[in-house]
Design a binder for this molecule. Sequence first.
Ligand SMILES: Nc1ncnc2c1ncn2[C@@H]1O[C@H](COP(=O)(O)OP(=O)(O)OP(=O)(O)O)[C@@H](O)[C@H]1O
Ligand SMILES: [Mg+2]
Length: 258
Amino acid sequence: MLSGKDDEALLALKNISFSYKMRKGDRLLIFDNLSLNIMFAEFVGIAGPSGCGKSTLLRMMAGLLKPDSGEIYFRGRPLNGPDPRISMVFQNPTLLPWYTIIKNVMLGLINERELTEKEKEEKARTFLDMMGLIGFENAYPAELSGGMKQRVAIARALVSHPDLLLMDEPFSNLDQLTAITLRRELENLWLNQALPISSIVLVSHDIEELVEISDRVIVLTVRPTKVAGIVKIDLKRPRSRRSQEFYEYVDQIYTLLS
Ligand SMILES: Nc1ncnc2c1ncn2[C@@H]1O[C@H](COP(=O)(O)OP(=O)(O)OP(=O)(O)O)[C@@H](O)[C@H]1O
Ligand SMILES: [Mg+2]
């Protein structure tokens, strides 16, 4: 069945409902008939009140959680579990402490059985280079700063050449300067045609961050969560936070959130 293949969405969520099973058989309803699309070559920001289900939504998009009802289509086909073409970066970089940096990045290639260890190492090195981490290949995660660890996590997410990169507040634990630099680098990587990645979904509490980097921002409501509105950001890149237009978009999103 290829019925999800409408409007050329990279990822389509159709009439998704989801609840967590609580103790004593209660259910916490998170999504009730939610639909949204992530298009090809699109940078989508997601904003919403704390606890509305943004992380839950990303886990569903990654195939890590199954909706109770409704369908998820990836490239027009039902998504029934994790897919190597979809990568995720979490708020806290989840690196294996007993593996070197290069080995951690090579974990992103775990499904590529036709590659030799040497080939995996070469690929990992390319992405470490892209993230400015050459020289740290043989270091261990504990020897790196928070920003560097997040760079490793991004390198690991990219090394498998995913079509879709899902990011759950990846900059929120970093100091402001590191966050600004990393955000810019990510934007440039995505704009750079050489990188195979098609679309990025970024969850953030930082509305300015979302306006700076997104093509569209999907604003969610409180639970049960629906789409409060979608704001298309029509500003040239790189975007300046100083313009009045920039703050008009920021205000528009705050209005939808309140
Ligand atoms: N594994 C779980 N079991 C039961 N309830 C859960 C589970 N994970 C999350 N929840 C609940 O589901 C709701 C949505 O959680 P989620 O983490 O998706 O929200 P969020 O929008 O990412 O929040 P935040 O902005 O604080 O990161 C919350 O009320 C949370 O307590
Ligand atoms: Mg969350």
